[in-house]
Design a protein around this ligand. Structure first.
Ligand code: AMP
Length: 698
């Protein structure tokens, strides 16, 4: 029995693993005899190991457990030291493990593997985890001035090297540094939201900043092993609130008037810092222009001072004035309220000064003549601007006047509902039925549906809805797209059928485009469409854009995702939201100057200083050409926005898509000329599609 009891196989298979049994005491007549054991070398047990031997010679009911020491593993019925390169950190019967990543190879019998140079374990890291390195510095730190005064957002990208850790946090320090580089901490007044340290997100909002000061922000990356590193992974940015929205014009005063002139001055919501010079954009129109349904003509003056004398006006006539402040970079504030002033009538001025009766009449006649001449000149100018310059440079550089927009910005109206009434047809909601959700816009779902028209019968339409819980501002922003769209009429611009505003849920109803957005349409048909069809699409988009630029409308977000395709493969430019000014575009990226810009589609000058013109739309059109010829490929592939901007500044341009006719690619390159005046105009492009023999032969 004793021989059987010490069979090694038995020892291996009972929990007394690693124990040696002692001699059987007693006379063998008992049902089971308790036998004490002891652990093999390099094994220990908390209680004395025991087992019972039955009269049948079987070992039963083992008690106690022997376990191999740290650095030793179970091999058969003994505990063997871990091999070099392996370790076992604790008591137990598990096997030695290979040393984790970033550790030095261990010696025989190791209980842990030391970290390689430059790698560490935080006190809370188990010995079984890989050693990790401290993080590198946060990248691409930028600041964005928020519209609220005194606030900016700092944002950055995570470090390139996380050191293999997931417990990264960031801290931000604010300092004021002088030219010699010596710095002092910023005032305690400055607040960080959510906090200056322990940040898990890659942004923080800094509030209560002073617009006169330059701040130096240092963002540091931290992880559980940062304390072992002597290098501080920091990224620094010196910035100021220079890009704050310029102050607003609060009040326009009439300083002096005559039958033909008005002298005005205006007050600002706050005094701009001394080092910042603002300019002013003054717009005015005759009040009685309001009645004309189609177009209201504004005269625009760009002024250096906050006062002006406007001459050559009609006697006894009311004029409406608005002023907005332009920051040094050309960023506008919102317009002031519209103020009404009228020139004195000739009779009035007669009463005021009898001695000027004759002069007044003469001046009146002269003024009338001047007005006639001015109107003729302006008309002529407008006609010629459609041919050449027009929208590319909407302003004269000094205090000269020029009609600005043929399309009317709905923001010009104090009450946006007036713009809607003016440009948009109201549809009875009973004539509209929604059928199926086909997309999601910024303000709510987009449906396919049917509109019952007394004239056209049942017309398929797209219905944009405003999701419940909207604010009045959101409702107005939503409807502003309709007030813009309602002013356009072109086969390559999405057509507005009308709006529903009198119903609880506002809706915008447009023509239905069966094939949806151009980018996804092309991606789904990669390589399937012949070149002539792709070029046909581009010709359509170019025609739509020419129409918009002729209307002095700058789109700012032209991209294949904002072009819709109907069942005849006709392409129509869409997405005219004003609120958009790119805020809703998923591609929009905040820039250091505030506001969101779809970097990959935007011309360098529009990114750098928000110079959005038809010439920047031409750049975007070049990108759309590339998207179309590359079947919806993402421009610049997976390059980051930062890399794209850098590459563009270093004169890199997208290569020709596969099978792209060379003339088309040459036109793309023209659209991407750094100097905007060297880019072709949409007007010039219209001849390209008809004259270019390579395009003709497709
Ligand atoms: P939007 O709010 O204009 O960006 O529209 C969101 C999505 O709805 C688009 O990407 C399209 O897929 C779809 N959509 C919008 N308008 C129309 C339309 N007129 N016809 C067909 N689909 C549309």
């Amino acid at each position: 029995m004793r021989g059987a009891a010490f069979r090694p196989g038995l020892l291996q298979n009972v929990p007394l693993h690693g124990a040696k049994l002692g001699p059987v005491p007693g006379d063998g007549r008992r049902l089971a005899e308790e036998v004490e054991g002891s652990c093999v070398e390099n094994a220990v047990s908390t209680a004395t190991p025991k087992i019972y031997c039955t009269t049948e010679g079987e070992w039963v009911v083992p008690v106690g457990q022997c376990q191999c020491l740290p650095g030793y593993e179970t091999t058969g019925d003994s505990c063997q030291a871990c091999k070099p390169g392996y370790f076992k950190p604790a008591l137990g019967n598990d096997l030695c493990r290979v040393c984790p990543d970033n550790t030095r190879p261990s010696d025989t019998g190791a209980t842990q593997c030391e970290c390689e140079e430059g790698y560490f374990r935080s006190p809370s890291d188990p010995l079984t985890t890989a050693c990790s390195a401290p993080p590198s510095a946060p990248r691409d730190l930028i600041s964005t001035t928020l519209s609220a005064e005194g606030k900016l957002q700092l944002s950055w990208d995570p470090p390139l090297v996380t050191g293999g850790r997931t417990d990264l946090t960031y801290s931000v320090v604010c300092e004021l540094c002088d030219v010699s580089g010596s710095c002092v901490p910023c005032s305690d007044k400055i607040r960080f939201d959510p906090s200056p340290s322990g940040l898990q997100d890659t942004f923080v909002i800094v509030a209560d900043l002073d617009s006169h000061l330059n701040y130096t922000f240092t963002v540091e990356a931290h992880s559980g092993v940062s304390q072992y590193s002597t290098n501080r992974p920091i990224s620094t940015l010196t910035t100021a609130l220079d890009y704050l929205e310029p102050p607003k014009v609060t009040m326009i005063h009439l300083d002096e008037r005559s039958p033909t002139s008005l002298s005005l001055s205006w007050a600002l919501s706050r005094r701009p810092p001394a080092h910042i010079t603002h300019r002013y954009e003054l717009m005015y129109r005759r009040k009685d222009d309001e009645g004309e349904k189609d177009v209201t003509t504004y005269t625009v003056l760009i002024l250096e001072k906050n006062s002006v004398q406007i001459n050559d006006l009609s006697p006894g006539t009311s004029y409406m004035f608005r002023v907005q402040v332009l920051s040094p970079e050309g960023n506008p504030s919102s317009y002031s309220m519209e103020h009404e002033f009228h020139t004195s009538s000739i009779a009035e001025s007669q009463i005021q000064n009898n001695s000027t009766i004759v002069m007044g009449a003469v001046v009146g006649v002269a003024v009338m003549l001047l007005i006639v001449v001015a109107v003729l000149l302006l008309r002529k100018r407008r006609l010629s601007s459609r041919g050449r310059g027009g929208p590319e440079d909407p302003y004269f550089s000094s205090d000269q006047l020029k009609p600005l927009k043929t399309y009317v910005d709905p923001h010009m109206y104090e009450d946006p509902n007036i713009a809607i009434q003016k440009f948009v047809t109201e549809i009875d909601p009973n004539f509209i039925s929604k059928q199926k959700v086909i997309g999601v816009g910024e303000f709510g779902e987009v449906f396919r549906g049917v509109m019952k028209s007394p004239v056209r019968g049942e017309v398929p339409v797209a219905i944009k809805t405003l999701k419940p819980g909207y604010s009045e501002k959101q409702r107005q922003d939503f409807l502003s797209e309709a007030s813009i769209m309602g002013q356009f009429s072109h086969p390559n611009i999405i057509r507005l059928e009308g709006v529903v505003t009198k119903f609880k849920h506002a809706m915008i109803v447009t023509e239905y485009m069966e094939n949806g957005a151009l980018d996804t349409y092309l991606r789904d048909r990669d390589g399937e469409l012949p070149s002539y069809q792709l070029v046909g699409m581009l010709r359509g988009i170019a025609a739509g854009m020419k129409y918009l630029s002729d209307m002095n409308y700058v789109h700012r977000d032209l991209a294949a995702r904002n072009v819709l395709v109907n069942s005849n493969l006709e392409c129509k430019v869409s997405d005219f939201g004003l609120s958009r000014v790119l805020e809703d575009d998923a591609e929009g990226t905040y820039t250091t100057r505030g506001g969101k810009i779809p970097i990959r589609w935007t011309a360098p000058e529009a990114i750098a200083y928000r110079k959005f013109t038809s010439a920047s739309d031409v750049w975007s059109f070049g990108i759309v050409m590339w998207e179309v010829m590359a079947f919806g490929e993402r421009p610049y592939w997976d390059m980051s926005n930062h890399e794209v901007m850098k590459a563009i500044n270093e004169a890199f341009r997208l290569p020709a898509p596969m099978d792209c006719p060379s003339a088309i690619y040459q036109l793309m390159l023209q659209c991407w000329q750094h100097e905007r005046s060297n880019r072709p105009r949409f007007t010039d492009m219209s001849t390209f599609w008809t004259n270019c023999s390579e395009v003709q032969s497709l």
